[in-house]
Ligand binder design. Structure first.
Ligand code: FAD
Length: 546
């Protein structure tokens, strides 16, 4: 592969990493792996994290992107889970106020619904209590009139009122990236595009891994005192590497989201509504779009290519059309979509919605530690438990408590929600020559926090007369330089969120993006055409279903 400074820097980092052996090797760069890397590095462990694709390329970029206690878990009486995740919400907001933002949810109460006013009020009361929600953020039950005033789109027929309660919204891939980058600030070494292909043992105990570098095809061996598999849906596959006869630990379910333009479903706030089959789904406004999800169906196909089917899309469209009687969405209105797999703990005879979302840790006979289940929201506590265990198992490691509840997920954190608003206004002024500058400023600040300054610097330096293109390339340049972007999907899905939240801008500029990446990463003509065609397929697949 032709070298340039980006790839050379990566190769230098690999060469340096090969000189060390590690206290902890983590397989998997989703939220669980990156959160664990941060917790361990902050306690002084030497940490190596290996991700086979891009950071967050598994489930951690395909969620509903909520930091929530999980109201539905009340039904399963999972009070401990609600308490833990509920309390994490406010903490994550404090640690990353640009990225974890407060979001009011509305839950319509209907005559035909499963829950009446009394039950909803009681349930949300317990929910707030468990999560320690205080003051103005506590749930409110409102009348039909007030509900319609807040959300005129709601179907009036059969509406009995609504509940309004507090949650938080995030960007899952950026939260994962923030953990990876913060872990590196604390001394961890994190690689994307490094697949663990084998696990090494000495005297029957795990002591390292063999990896293949997907960018160069080269293979490397790393030694580590302990190895953790935080591979989400791939946990069973990694267990198969060490023992073919391991019993199935996971039950995967697929969750699909579809995206429509804001004017096709102009909800004024996030709505959590009943589908009619005992399930509930969200409609969430973000940037210039509204996204709707999710489905929950058993999944047994490819882990690396998860398709949205016409049936998945139809389920969500019908649910929306029922809940909002003036809305008549069709498949043609879908401008983007995503599908992810829940790595749930296997339980005989349960339906997808009944399976617990609790996390569990398994230790194999050779000492490989696997973690699965859980939620994005609870990742910090999962990481803490995992590192507690790693330390307990190794007498050589210093007994140190987790400190992540005091570690900001940004090197220059914004102080609070008010500082985020002030910065957003300043950013908007700078990019005033772009179209939809308010939405773009909001996205830049949400995704990058004060790191957006680098993007603005690139933007100001650009002589490109199309200012929307100038901003797109300014963002891309920053991401290639500082955020490990090697493939178009790294940028358009997991750094900028453009494929999901600004797909029309992507359709306009995707060739420019591929061209710029080709120049920056020294792709030859074949590589350029290959990457461009993958990008075109990705855009087409996100809105065409079979
Ligand atoms: P992943 O993100 O899948 O990470 C595992 C990583 O391991 C992958 O990136 C993979 O490439 C890598 N890997 C696999 N094998 C190897 C190997 N051999 N070598 C190197 N790397 C490897 N939770 C919430 O709190 N809020 C929500 O709103 C929410 N919504 C959801 C909606 C849906 C549709 C789904 C599916 C889940 C949702 N969740 C939500 C749950 C949450 O997204 C997951 O619990 C979480 O993202 C799982 O993260 P993970 O790191 O364990 O797995």
């Amino acid at each position: 592969m032709p070298q340039n400074h980006i790839l050379q820097t990566r190769q230098d980092k690999i060469n340096k990493s090969l000189e060390n052996s590690y206290d902890l090797i983590i397989i998997g760069g989703g939220i669980t792996g990156c959160g664990t890397a941060l917790d361990a590095a902050a306690r002084g462990l030497s940490v190596l994290l290996l991700e086979k694709g891009d950071f967050a390329s598994g489930t951690s970029s395909k969620s509903t992107k909520l930091i929530h206690g999980g109201l539905r878990y009340l039904k399963q009486f999972e009070f401990a889970l609600i308490r833990e995740t509920g309390r994490e919400r406010a903490l994550l907001h404090k640690l990353a106020p640009h990225l974890v933002v407060s979001e009011k949810m509305m839950l319509p109460i209907t005559e035909t619904g499963e829950y009446g006013k009394m039950f909803t009020s009681l349930g949300l009361g317990i929910y707030d209590y468990l999560a320690g929600v205080k003051g103005e953020d506590k749930k409110k039950i409102i009348s039909v009139k007030k509900a319609k005033k807040k959300e005129p789109l709601l179907t009036t027929d059969g509406l009995n009122g609504a509940a309004v309660y507090s949650e938080y919204r995030t960007d899952d891939a950026r939260l994962t990236m923030a953990n990876a980058m913060t872990a590196e600030r604390y001394g961890a070494t994190c690689f994307s595009y490094m697949e663990v292909t084998d696990i090494l043992e000495k005297k029957g105990k795990v002591n390292g891994v063999i990896v293949e570098d997907a960018l160069t095809g080269l293979s490397y061996t790393y030694k580590g005192r302990q190895v953790v598999s935080a591979t989400g849906p791939w946990v069973d596959k990694v267990l198969d590497i060490v023992d073919d006869n391991t019993e199935q630990k996971l039950q995967l379910t697929k969750g699909v989201h579809i995206v429509v333009a804001k004017d096709k479903l102009p909800v004024s706030q996030s709505i959590y509504f009943e589908v009619g089959d005992g399930r509930m789904i969200f409609a969430i406004p973000r940037a210039g779009v509204t996204y709707i999800g999710t489905t929950d169906t058993f999944y047994r196909k490819s882990l690396n290519h998860i398709e949205v089917t016409a049936e998945d899309a139809d389920y969500l469209l019908q649910a929306v059309n029922r809940a909002f009687d003036t809305i008549d969405l069709t498949a043609d209105d879908i401008i983007s979509s995503w599908a992810g797999l829940r790595p749930l703990i296997y339980e005989e005879g349960k339906s997808p919605s009944e399976l617990s979302r609790k996390d569990e840790i398994f230790i194999s006979d050779n000492g490989l530690i696997s973690i699965a289940g859980g939620k994005l929201t609870g990742y910090r506590k999962m990481a803490e438990r995992m590192v507690d265990l790693v330390i307990k198992r190794d007498k050589k490691l210093e007994r140190k408590e987790s400190s992540t509840e005091n570690i900001y997920l940004h090197e220059s954190p914004l102080a609070d929600a008010a500082a985020v608003v002030t910065y957003r206004k300043a950013v908007r002024k700078i990019i005033k020559d772009t179209t939809k500058s308010k939405v773009k400023a909001s996205m830049l600040v949400h995704m990058y926090g004060l790191r957006a300054d680098h993007i603005l610097e690139n933007y100001n330096d650009s002589t490109e007369t199309d200012r929307d293109l100038a901003l797109t390339l300014a963002e891309l340049d920053y991401c290639i330089e500082y955020e490990y972007v090697y493939r178009p999907s790294d940028f358009v899905i997991r750094r900028s969120g453009m494929l999901y939240f600004d797909p029309l801008r992507l359709e306009k500029y995707y060739r420019d993006i591929a061209q710029r990446m080709s120049e920056k990463l020294n792709w030859d003509q074949d590589e350029y055409e290959n990457q461009l065609s993958k990008l075109e397929n990705m855009i087409a697949e996100s809105k065409n279903f079979h």
